[in-house]
Design a protein around this ligand. Sequence first.
Ligand code: SAM
Length: 331
Amino acid sequence: MDLLVDQYSRRIKSMRISITDRCNFRCRYCMPADGLPWLPKADILTYEEIARIARVAAAIGVEQIRVTGGEPLVRADVPVLIAMLRDLPGLKSLSLTTNGTRLPKLVKPLAEAGLTRINVSLDSLVPHKFFQITRRDALDSVLAGLDALEAYPAIRPIKVNAVAMRDFSEEEVLDFAALARRKSYVVRWIEFMPLDADQIWRKEDILTGGEIRAIIEGAYGPLVPVTTGDKSETARRFTFADGVGEVGFINPVSEPFCAECDRIRLTAEGGLRTCLFSQEETDLRAILRGGGSDADLAATMREAVWHKELKHYIGDTRFRRSKRSMSMIGG
Ligand code: SAM
């Protein structure tokens, strides 16, 4: 079958699948304090429907799947979905992005189901600052989730992702660097993007990966680049000079990586998005529930991907916000 390729010759190899729009956090850069109107259950794809789309996507070139949300682990029986996806022909990587709070309970069944990689979001190591961002008093449960992961070497690497915000993150950069050296976690900083439901994003709030790197290098000396040859990797990766610990910088605003983008996203209700900032989605649920064949699904995905956006245009007069916030897309 023909692979997923866009008109700019970018081959799509990675799909992020949101399995719920709900979340147990209310992060300021993502969701309003009162949450959002949740999708009715009937609108959300079943695990069977998700697995079918994933199988078709894998058959036309998707090699990496990341399950996300909302908070994916607030949906029931996520290990069941992981087990359905783990052996898809062509799939090389199956990972999960989570806020970590439910990991103490779920890490064992997730590992047994076949999860092999994980990203845990953690923006502050200080309880009152953690609360300020997430509006939840849950730092301890996230740290307990990370601890629980350490007992499951089948799930590696453990990536800890922090959103960097000016006048908030600077004072913790070195604590996160120390965490990356003390634990086996890869700590990655992500630039704040205009994907928040409250529309508080301002250019001035971005703390760039370059600025964070300078803070770390001021304390530890020059970082050493880790080169993998994988151009589609979102993070610029570095180790410390003594080889202990890894940090990464995901710089979508200051150093956009659209030219190498190999990603598509599936929303919880089955919308295929070819860019985080897409203005339009392609409704795959209608095909699934309208009796369409796998060939119909593949053809629709190929057509949508062909028209994948050239770039996101953040910081340019051509930039237009997405109608959806990050929690409704699947980060
Ligand atoms: N609930 C899960 C979690 O916490 O990782 C998965 C979904 S969450 C939307 C995925 C990632 O998107 C998180 O790392 C979060 O910090 C990030 N995110 C959300 N809004 C963002 C924004 N406006 N800019 C940058 N990253 C954002």
